[in-house]
Design a protein around this ligand. Structure first.
Ligand SMILES: Cc1cc2nc3c(=O)[nH]c(=O)nc-3n(C[C@H](O)[C@H](O)[C@H](O)COP(=O)(O)OP(=O)(O)OC[C@H]3O[C@@H](n4cnc5c(N)ncnc54)[C@H](O)[C@@H]3O)c2cc1C
Length: 367
């Protein structure tokens, strides 16, 4: 698996791009600065600055050329909407002056995740934290890896010769350091009870990612305050076909789970007791488990979709320029026309690289 890792440490846009550029004479960075609005002339529809809060003060930064927003697939659409680039009903609801009526946040896509766990006769014991830290400082050990991931595969659930997979499956070994399901979810009590029984030291498990769900979600404003988080509905199982695709992925996992290699460690699938009203392993049983345990993929995209002018969900064109507003570009995961067949961190950097090429070309800059 490809990872953004250098010498065992995760690399980010900041460490790979921003810090190496920070000494350049034409580069200015302000941190701890919270952008609250893009300033746009309502008559000419041209963006001419941004407004941000720094040290409790409202600051305005004006531009001579253009503004590029890279706030991610959640914050970018929120900022556009707060600045008047928004579906009309959203503007009216929150009393925001209109700049452009565009379908921002109306086509939210994400990957969906479902996991199946097994008890085994393996035991991985936890070492002391200083030992893990000492290993990490030598660029080795579990803290330098992507969790306890042993291997991963890409499949298409209905077409084995398809060039584009629709499911990614991870196989995890017991882990000394990582909680099996992070406490970020709003599971119901019976699902939480199930999670409590999982044992990271002995369980192996499979994680399935649905890479191209048909379900579509939305991102809307909670209020016209930039301090309020926007409302995100990732649309899980809006489209029933997604459940069927997951069911087919589960059958692949079940087949792997029954292989000699997996059975060598005495693997026994941990049943979802809250679905006991259905026969174990029946379709109804898995649909029930899916409804209880499916997770968001944390790979949100497409809320400021790139597309042709006649695409009903398009907000930016192929040069990443916002339709109907001058001097305003978007460069982050929000512009992805739809989900991709992999994870979004690397492609976010690629979008930045491509944006740089487009911008240099449009100003005839050769660097
Ligand atoms: C918990 C978690 C784990 C993940 N793990 C992986 C993984 O292992 N592999 C993978 O490929 N992907 C992973 N992802 C997804 C991946 O991190 C994102 O898709 C990717 O970072 C998106 O890049 P981006 O440039 O669009 O936005 P971001 O990387 O989120 O960058 C947006 C930046 O804008 C800043 N910002 C936002 N609003 C404002 C504002 N109003 N004013 C000032 N600054 C603002 C933010 O602080 C942030 O620095 C994970 C996501 C999450 C949430």
């Amino acid at each position: 698996m490809q990872r953004n890792i250098k010498h065992g440490r995760r690399v980010s846009g900041a460490t790979a791009y921003v810090r190496p550029s920070s000494a350049k004479h034409n580069f200015n960075l302000t941190i701890e600065s919270f952008v609250t609005k893009i300033l746009i002339d309502a008559n000419t529809k041209s963006a001419n600055g941004v407004q941000f809060i720094k040290n409790g003060r409202l600051v305005k930064a004006k531009v001579r050329k253009e503004i590029i927003i890279s706030g991610c697939a959640v914050n970018t659409p929120q900022l556009l909407m707060l600045s008047g680039i928004c579906p009309g009903d959203e503007l009216r609801k929150h009393g925001i002056p209109a700049i452009a009526n565009l379908p921002v946040g109306r086509y939210l896509k994400d990957h969906f995740i479902f996991q199946v766990f097994y008890n085994t006769n393996m035991i991985v014991r936890t070492k002391s934290l200083p030992k893990y830290i000492a290993q990490y400082l030598r660029d080795e050990g579990i803290l330098t890896t992507v969790g306890n991931l042993a291997t991963f595969s890409l499949f298409h659930t209905t077409n084995s010769s398809a060039l584009v997979p629709n499911v990614e499956i991870w196989f995890h070994l017991p882990t000394p350091v990582i909680k099996l399901i992070p406490p970020r979810t709003n599971f119901k009590a019976d699902a939480l009870c199930y999670i409590k029984k999982l044992d990271q030291h002995t369980n192996i498990y499979f994680t399935m990612f649905l890479l191209h769900p048909k379900s579509v979600g939305t991102l809307t404003l909670k209020s016209n305050s930039p301090r309020d988080f926007p409302l995100i509905d990732i649309g899980i199982f809006e489209d029933q076909e997604d459940m069927e695709d997951f069911y087919k992925a589960i059958q692949i996992v079940n087949t792997i789970g029954k292989t000699e290699a997996v059975q060598m460690v005495g693997a026994k699938q941990i049943k979802f007791q809250f679905c006991n009203q259905y026969a174990y392993d029946s379709k109804e049983y898995w649909y029930c488990a899916l409804k209880h345990m499916v997770l968001p993929g944390l790979h949100i995209s497409s809320t400021v979709e790139m597309g042709s002018k006649d695409d009903p969900f398009a907000v930016v064109d192929s040069n990443l320029c916002v339709y109907g507003v001058k001097n305003l570009r978007v460069a982050d995961c929000s512009i992805m026309p739809t989900t991709i067949s992999g994870h979004t961190n690397g492609p976010a950097l690629i979008i930045g690289e491509k944006a740089a090429d487009i911008i240099k070309k449009s100003y005839n800059i050769s660097l």
